[in-house]
Design a binder for this molecule. Structure first.
Ligand SMILES: C[S@@+](CC[C@H](N)C(=O)[O-])C[C@H]1O[C@@H](n2cnc3c(N)ncnc32)[C@H](O)[C@@H]1O
Length: 354
């Protein structure tokens, strides 16, 4: 174990292991990357390859084609459907997804990799072929997770997200996160635009209790010091966050939020439901407010990821899109697109109702 990992491990549970003097650094913790590198302005721009389309009104579906559908479902979903002789209900599929996905965020990845590699050797020496194959699959998935989430930081992607969220004209915003899961992006937004309020909404209670509840108190978000305007490290416990376990369709709010955000929501709805999902983003926005949306990119490596991690990720309907496809949905849903581009694993859009 590296010195950094030992220090981090020692500090687990104590809030705030990083301070402003760590800004500019990055390091690998056992379960994730700490990234306090702080490019700004043009430098930050390189984390979002933006603006492929100058006029959305002349783009057509003929030109951009339809999204790629991920068809390989998890074993759990197939087993459930066989047992119940019906399609898995949507809410159940989210419950499965959240429980599976969460298990990967709480892993000590280097330790598990070492343990699983040892298992391969042990089973090999005993000629236990079935167990060798199983353990090799585990090594492959762990190695992929290590690369994608921990080394490349392509899931949380703080620098890409900051590049996408930069430059919003808001002060102490009220932020609504639809389908919030662990709430990562709203915490990043709060750090960049502090002093307001975050409302996280997810109808799966496990997201409040475990995914958000167990999100590491020691994870540092790079944001702004409202007193000085200079960079500052923020932690979850310093933020004003409320978690609502509720269906998005039953929310008690009017047009009262400065920012409405979703991350990985639109692609879970076939075309006939997408206008409804886009309406969810509009209906809670104040005049002049911003809708922020991201969806997974359609690229070979993403298709491979969802194939190899099918048992973890694929419990629900899912599409992979290009930024032009995503933008066309958002434009046709009645938004002006202010900023669009792709970050590591996702497309990102900043939009305002037309
Ligand atoms: C794919 S997840 C979002 C991706 C997230 N960033 C993650 O890491 O898992 C979508 C979330 O939306 C929630 N969700 C889906 N439909 C919902 C609805 N109608 N009301 C409230 N939450 C919903 C699901 O429970 C799930 O946690």
């Amino acid at each position: 174990m590296s010195l950094v990992e030992e220090v981090l491990r020692e500090q687990q549970g104590k809030a705030g292991p990083f301070s402003d003097k760590d800004i500019g650094t990055t390091m690998l913790a056992p379960g994730y990357r700490v990234d306090l590198r702080n490019p700004q302005g043009r430098e930050l721009d390189k984390f979002i390859k933006a603006n492929q389309v100058s006029d959305w009104s002349i783009l057509t579906w003929r030109e951009v084609g339809k999204p790629y559908q991920v068809n390989m479902m998890s074993r759990d979903r197939k087993a459930w459907e066989k047992e119940h002789q019906q399609e898995m209900p949507l809410k159940t599929s989210w419950a499965y997804f959240n429980r599976h996905f969460h298990q990967w965020f709480v892993k000590d990845v280097p330790e598990e990799l070492q343990k699983t590699r040892q298992e391969v050797k042990t089973y090999l020496s005993r000629f236990k072929v079935k167990q060798v194959v199983q353990a090799l699959g585990d090594v492959m998935r762990l190695s992929l997770w290590n690369y994608v989430h921990r080394v490349e930081d392509a899931i949380w992607d703080p620098r890409g997200k900051r590049a996408l969220f930069e430059g919003l004209d808001v002060q102490k915003p009220r932020i609504l996160f639809l389908g919030a899961a662990e709430g990562y992006e709203a915490m990043q937004l709060y750090a960049m635009y502090p002093g307001g309020e975050v409302v996280l909404v997810d109808y799966d209670e496990f997201c409040k209790t475990d995914r958000f509840g167990q999100f590491p108190e020691t994870y540092p978000f790079l944001g702004t010091n409202p007193a000085t305007g200079s960079p500052k490290v923020w932690y979850k416990h310093e933020m004003n966050i409320e978690y609502l376990v509720e269906d998005i369709r039953n929310l008690p709010f009017g047009k009262e939020f400065d920012i409405v955000i979703s991350v990985g929501l639109l692609e879970h709805f076939p075309d006939e439901y997408k206008p409804m999902v886009l309406e969810w983003h509009r209906q809670f926005l104040k005049p002049g407010g911003y809708a922020l949306m991201t969806t997974p990119r359609d690229q070979v490596r993403s298709r491979l990821f969802y194939m190899i991690m099918a048992d973890v990720m694929n419990h629900t309907y899912r599409e992979l899109m290009t930024i032009r496809q995503m933008g066309l949905y958002v434009y046709e849903g009645g938004f002006n697109i202010l900023r669009h581009g792709f970050i590591k694993a996702h497309n990102g859009i900043v939009a305002q109702p037309r």
